[in-house]
Design a protein around this ligand. Sequence first.
Ligand code: SF4
Length: 72
Amino acid sequence: MNECEVLATCPFFNDRMAEKPATAGLFKNRYCLGDNTNCARYMVFKTLGRAAVPVDLYPNQEERARAILAGS
Ligand code: SF4
């Protein structure tokens, strides 16, 4: 269990996204404070960089992240 390396500046973790899902706390525990390797935001950040992460991408949107990484 490790804190995500971008936790301090992540809009999702710091509740700066337009909408806050009811499951936000659960996601924070699962991804941000647990295993970030399956976090959609982290996947895009790690491969394409911070600027490529959509402002409205949620941690559980893994399929959307894969599509972005695939270039679609
Ligand atoms: S939402 Fe993803 S990128 Fe942001 S702090 Fe949590 S695990 Fe890291």
